[in-house]
Design a protein around this ligand. Structure first.
Ligand SMILES: [Zn+2]
Length: 307
């Protein structure tokens, strides 16, 4: 990173413009966006892909961000109150640019933002500096890899215990809606509603003939509980037993935990289920109320989660 900072402040970062100046290439354009000149400022700040990272990471200080000399820009912000975050962001953008050019691998924005957050926290730990940057954690819905389908489920209880319901949806690798469900489970706790959501989701997926499923829930307790071998004496042993039987069938089933912000569609369906009186409602097409969330999920839109 030291060398990286030195290269920027000496106009020597090997962008295509610099390489053309040194007769190492005949093309000075940005290979990511085809802009005519890939300068250091372009690649670190002005390239649409880089700008998307600055925006998605909610860099806290964008005052004087558009100075036109790269050395001034870098020095000004690297020595500012968010300097360590600034340098880390530039560094991760540069790494992502190189990975895309040399390994033909375009990292999604959310992943770059996560890398920034991790590298920055590591840097602060090494330097023993308290984290003053208001970095929020980025959460997004991550599509499954075909042929696997993703089943997001959620439970909801108004009162915990109180009027409760469950809901969920199955989507493919491009985020398309395949099926959804919602239903009421009477008067129940949050945990029981979460377990019902898992059970009903698995029953639906199996019944539809899907055999490779990644189930995602935002209830870590529910996931931990169903993965435990010894849950026979748990107060919810009946529903746990039904889930266990489903798990032993001949299919490829994995379980993962997400955060609430990454499980918005299932959350809406669970609340809908809790307010209804039907045992189970199957949705062949998505409810219009969550159409925008489905688009946001399919396009990898990030949600903020305070740390
Ligand atoms: Zn560009």
């Amino acid at each position: 990173m030291r060398l990286f900072a030195w290269l920027i402040t000496h106009n020597s970062l090997p962008t295509n413009s610099v390489r053309m100046f040194r007769h190492l290439t005949s093309d000075s354009s940005c290979s990511r966006c085809n802009h005519l000149h890939e300068t250091a400022l372009h690649t670190l700040r002005d390239c649409p892909l880089s700008w998307a990272v600055w925006m998605a990471s909610h860099f806290p200080n964008l005052a004087n961000f558009f100075v036109t000399d790269v050395c001034d820009w870098f020095r000004l912000h690297a020595t500012g109150p968010d300097g360590s975050l600034f340098v880390t962001t530039c560094w991760e953008i540069w790494k992502a640019r190189n990975e895309e050019i040399f390994q033909s691998n375009r990292k999604p924005i959310w992943l770059i933002v996560n890398c920034i957050s991790n590298s920055h926290n590591f840097l602060l730990q090494v330097l023993n500096i308290p984290n003053r940057a208001h970095i929020t954690r980025q959460v997004t819905w991550i599509p499954p890899t075909a042929p696997c389908l993703k089943l997001n489920v959620d439970g909801s209880s108004f009162g915990n215990p109180g009027r409760a319901g469950f809901g969920g949806l199955i989507r493919n690798d491009i985020g398309e809606w395949m099926h959804g469900f919602s239903g009421s489970c009477g008067h129940a706790s949050n945990l029981l509603a979460e377990l019902y959501a898992i059970l009903k989701g698995l029953q639906l997926a199996w019944g539809l003939g899907y055999r490779t499923i990644n189930l995602e829930s935002d209830s870590k307790s529910a996931i931990d509980l169903i993965l435990e071998d010894d849950n026979n004496f748990h107060p919810h042993a009946i529903v746990l037993g039904q889930i266990r039987i489903l798990r032993t069938r001949n299919w490829s089933l994995s379980f993962s935990h997400t955060l609430r912000e990454g499980n918005e569609c299932a959350d809406w369906l669970a609340k809908y289920g809790a307010q209804s009186d039907v045992n189970i409602k199957l949705w062949t097409s998505p409810p219009p109320q969550i159409a925008h969330v489905l688009v946001a999920d399919a396009t990898g839109v990030l949600r903020q989660r305070p740390r």
